[in-house]
Every structure is written in C-alpha cells, then in structure tokens.
Design a protein around this ligand. Structure first.
Ligand code: CP
Length: 309
C-alpha cells in the first residue's frame, strides 16, 4: 500500500489502514536506532524546515533528529529572531522559506487550521506539529505506536485520557487514531474540561478518576493548559490535583499492568506525582524515543515512500 497524502495535517483524515501503514514503517525505522550508524540516505538532497510559532522541546528536537537520520538538510527557523517580529505575515514567511528550497515545512502554530492554510498555498509538504487545540498528529501516532509496542494491539483495549481535554490537541489526535484502531476510549476530568460533543465520537466521559481508571489498560495524563484557558474552569490547580492527580496510592485503583503515558511537558505534583512519572508503569521517556521513529516514518511516507523499500 502506498501512502497517498502530500501533507500530514491531522489523524481525522487518515484511514485505519493509513495509520497502520505509518506504525509498520515506524517499527522499521526504530530498528535503525540499534545500529552503530543511525543514518539512512532516504531524504538525501531534501530540505526540512521547522517553523514553530509556539515553544517545543520534544516535537521540534525529534523532527530534527528524524530528518538528520534520513540524511535531509535541516533548518530550524527561529520565529523570535526572524522578520516575523517586524510584522511579516505567515504566508509571506512561508513563501520566503519555500523560495529558499524547503521540501518539507514542519509547523506549530497557536491557530487551529494554520497548517491547513499553508497546505493549500504551498508546494512543500506541510506537517502539522500542533495547531492550537485542534490536532497534534505525530503525537497521536507515537502514542499509538507505544501502546502497540507494549500491549501488542488495540482491540478491546481501555484507554483513559485524563485532564484538560477541551484545550488538548493531543487528546483529539489520540481519539481519532485509537478509536479507528479499535480501542475503547474514556476521557476523565472536571466537567468544564470534558467537551460533551466528544460522546458523538464514541468516547465515554467520566468525572470520577477512580471509576474512570478501574478497568484501564492505558492511562494518558495531560497537562492543564493554563495558557489556552480564557475562563476559570476549575477553582485551583491544587483542587484539580486533589481530585484528578495520579499518585502512587491512586494507581492501586488501576490494573496491575496498566501503562502510564504523558505527552510532556509534565507538571510534577499536579496531574502526576513524581513517583508515578518515574515508576515502573511509566513509558513517558519511551514515548519520546518513539517520537523520532514515527517522525522518520512520516517524512519517508510523505516523500513518496519508495526509494528505501
Ligand atoms: N508533546 C509535545 O508536543 O511536547 P513539546 O511541546 O515539548 O514538543
């Protein structure tokens, strides 16, 4: 099967088969990490530009490593020291980057739909690295890959996503991917942070952490995104933590082989305790490692996906 897309804008528009194809290719690229020379010539001569209008540690760095392992030239465009500060528009910035020879533009922006706009206006392949609260497709893919690696598959698996679902692009991309792959999804948190329309996607809502995680195979904890909240949606961070933070004690409510995930960055002591974040159920750092392999697979498939087969 050939990947038919030029851009990766979200997981909503991918089929189950296309998501499975990315996960299969990810496994192939992860094998490269065990070699002494972790580099293949797949994207030699291509240029990948990362254009992040919002901060990032994991996504930006892992796209850079992924592109370099595929032998691409990589440019990290620094928005804060660029002519964006002088008022240059998004489209003028992107057309300038394209004229400099970009084949791929990896973009993060606070506005939902910004990568979709670029995809309509650009020759380059556009990869959404997070657009406001809308989608973060490569995070959804690396989470799915990590679950598959640890649990063997998705059929009948209970995945609980806890936290600020309203403002979370990670939650949306996880829901699109995991529901297509056959998992049962519960979203848990205060009612002000759980959008009711998500029930139409087949997602269960729970306002009680104990009830939500009782049958969970996977618990994915999300950060409270204070920077995106325009209203006081809960009384205080302390109260949120008292009701929904996952501590060692509360982890006993879940199954013995439950997987603990978090996309990062973590607010230790808020949504997750120190000991749970670093404990034996946690795969948080493995998610980060898998992010490189997923991003290699995405770049490879968007480039046509043939030279290396
Ligand atoms: N998970 C994630 O997107 O992390 P960064 O914001 O550090 O890229």
């Amino acid at each position: 099967m050939k990947f038919q897309h030029k851009h990766l804008l979200g997981l909503e528009e991918l089929t189950r088969e296309e998501i499975e194809l990315i996960l299969e290719n990810t496994a192939g690229f992860k094998e490269i990490f065990t070699r002494s020379i972790k580099k293949v010539p797949t994207l030699r001569g291509k240029t990948v530009v990362s254009l992040f209008y919002e901060n990032s540690t994991r996504t930006r760095t892992s796209f850079e490593i992924a592109a370099k392992r595929l032998s691409a030239d990589v440019i990290n465009f620094n928005v804060s020291t660029s002519s964006v500060v002088k008022g240059e528009s998004l489209l003028d910035t992107v057309h300038t980057i394209e004229s400099l020879g970009a084949d791929f533009i990896v973009m993060r922006h606070s506005c939902p739909g910004a990568p979709q706009l670029l995809a309509r206006k650009c020759r380059a392949s556009v990869i959404n690295a997070g657009d406001g609260p809308h989608e973060h497709p490569t995070q959804g893919l690396l989470d799915a890959f990590t679950i598959k690696e640890k649990k063997g598959g998705f059929a009948g698996l209970n995945v609980v996503i806890v936290g600020d679902i309203t403002h979370s692009r990670v939650a949306r991309s996880n829901i699109w991917a995991l529901s297509k792959l056959g998992a049962h999804i519960t979203i848990a948190g205060p009612s002000t942070l759980l959008p009711k329309p998500f029930e139409r996607l087949g997602v269960r809502l729970s306002f009680d952490l104990r009830e939500a995680i009782r049958d969970a195979d996977v618990i994915n904890l999300l950060r409270i995104q204070i920077e995106r909240q325009r209203a006081n949606l809960f009384p205080s961070i302390r109260e949120y933590s008292l009701l929904y933070g996952l501590s060692e004690e509360r982890l006993k409510w879940a199954k013995k082989d439950v997987l603990i995930m978090h996309p990062g960055p973590i607010n230790r002591g808020v949504e997750i305790s120190q000991s749970v974040a670093d404990g034996k159920h946690s795969v948080i750092l493995e998610q980060v490692t898998n992010g490189v392999a997923v991003r290699m697979a995405v770049l490879y498939l968007l480039s046509g996906g043939e030279e290396n087969e």
